[in-house]
Write a protein that binds this ligand. Structure first.
Ligand SMILES: [Zn+2]
Length: 191
């Protein structure tokens, strides 16, 4: 899907931040203004996720510290703003990866089912409910908004393997781009 802006078709793919970038460890701020800038952010996230391609993408992964993510799971494309999660007690362990850890995937335990409540880009309340891959995705992306990464969820043995794979990855130790606090030109200071 490409973004439609006032009749023009604009595709905006942003660089994805890689593990080691401090923005990925910084908790994101709740969205307060459901404005055109927010809709542009959702559009950028969607374009970047689909281009990657990925199942989900959180705003900190493109350097924006706001509680927004997009997902594309089982042909269902969506986004969620200021999410809160209710999780089932039963869990499932499956391979999980992250666009901020290119080429890596490890068995990760997650709740099997999730109900995610939040808002769409127009400020309307929405609920995303799913099991399996969709539940895994909303847990993974909501973690990003808290500065939590999937490697934090691994059992000790898998974590050891992941740490080794990261050190051996060709992207490890690349210079880190600058952090932006918000998509607004005012750097998050605007109300
Ligand atoms: Zn991720």
């Amino acid at each position: 899907m490409s973004a439609q802006t006032e009749g023009r078709c604009v595709i905006s793919v942003k660089p994805i931040r890689i593990f080691g970038d401090p923005v990925l460890r910084t908790p994101a701020e709740p969205v307060r203004d459901f404005d055109a800038e927010l809709r542009k952010l959702v559009s950028d996230l969607t374009d970047t996720m689909l281009e990657a391609p990925g199942l989900g993408l959180a705003a900190p992964q493109i350097g924006v510290g706001l509680r927004v993510f997009t997902y594309f799971v089982d042909d269902e494309l969506g986004h969620l703003i200021n999410p809160s999660l209710d999780l089932t007690a039963d869990t499932e362990t499956d391979d999980e990866g992250c666009l901020s850890f290119p080429g890596l995937a490890f068995p990760t335990e997650r709740a099997f089912g999730a109900v995610a409540k939040g808002f769409n880009m127009y400020g309307e309340p929405v609920t995303v409910e799913g099991t399996g891959q969709l539940a895994r995705c909303v847990q993974h992306e909501t973690d990003h908004l808290d500065g939590v990464l999937f490697i934090d969820r691994l059992d000790p043995q898998q974590r050891k393997l992941a740490n080794r794979a990261i050190r051996e990855a060709e992207w490890w130790g690349e210079p880190v781009p600058e952090i932006r606090a918000s998509p607004h030109a005012t750097g998050g200071q605007a109300r």
